[in-house]
Write a protein that binds this ligand. Sequence first.
Ligand SMILES: Nc1ncnc2c1ncn2[C@@H]1O[C@H](COP(=O)(O)OP(=O)(O)O)[C@@H](O)[C@H]1O
Ligand code: SF4
Ligand SMILES: [Mg+2]
Length: 327
Amino acid sequence: MSAPIVSVENLRIRFPTQDKRETVKAVDGISFAIEPGETFGVIGESGSGKSTLGRAVVCLLKPSDGRVLHGDTDPYTLPAAELRRRRRAYQIIFQDPNAALNPRMTILDSIREPLDILGEVPRAERNRRALEMLDRVGLRSDFAARYPHELSGGQKQRINIARVLTVRPRLVVCDEVVAALDVSIRADILNLFAGLQREFGLTYLFITHDLGVVSHISSRIAVMYLGRFMELGPAEALVRQPLHPYTEALLSAEPIPLPAAMRGARRILLRGEIPSPTDPPSGCRFRTRCPAARAVCATDEPEWRELNPGHFVACHFAGTVTGTAVQ
Ligand SMILES: Nc1ncnc2c1ncn2[C@@H]1O[C@H](COP(=O)(O)OP(=O)(O)O)[C@@H](O)[C@H]1O
Ligand code: SF4
Ligand SMILES: [Mg+2]
């Protein structure tokens, strides 16, 4: 098998709180690898550290501890110019379709901008490539002369995809890319992502708070809670037979997109809010909301165990606590 596109090794990312008196442990000890051509989904509630993880994977944030390897290289060991050159293979698309678009630039200029910055090919060739990408994301060439405010959210997200594809990335982090879009067009955009993946041999890190979205597109799924992975496994196994009470709760709360067989028979209501990442609970960090918590969960941190081949979980009672749902 070829080397992973990305290897994340015991990654920690900390931020000072606004008053600088405490530390936010946004990512707090995560390890995994993404294989070429796969879609690696990360799901979790808002505030669980997903965006921080995604930004670290594309070197927009430097690890506080641990490493992110691109192939077999730690990008931060490279000279600055080499780091910039390598980083282009690792791109990110954000939730807000406007985030990367300059309202004063035409669509063609926006798509061409990453190539302009690289400055490696003549302008005519850059224009040609930008127009080609406009076509690949399903928009007519007359969009080229328009401005962002003339486009819908879905069309803007297509432009954002075209922009990153111009530099021929190997991996694209998709951070809640359909969350801001009207429900009626989400499937179209997800299908576009899937089609472009096949066409360009892309690998995705697909971040979302919506299990319906991630189960639709991912080969593997990681479930994130307060800066840690709770469970990681093949998408189908994780959705059909979740091993962690948190995954079970997320699945049971899923409204429509999952087929009935994939939804838990009973609805599990998660108690309370996600705790503060400045001071995660002792032992298992999910224990304050877990319907299956016992005394040991407050004192001992659960190990990261491979319960089934390729299916990992951090829960003392994994495999024995499913069905602990409360009505
Ligand atoms: N630049 C930052 N400075 C301080 N805290 C941050 C910063 N970025 C994120 N955080 C905090 O880190 C935690 C994880 O945030 P984030 O990665 O955005 O989560 P998610 O994407 O899962 O909603 C949150 O508590 C958030 O407030
Ligand atoms: S270790 Fe305990 S608190 Fe944590 S998920 Fe498992 S049962 Fe719940
Ligand atoms: Mg986020």
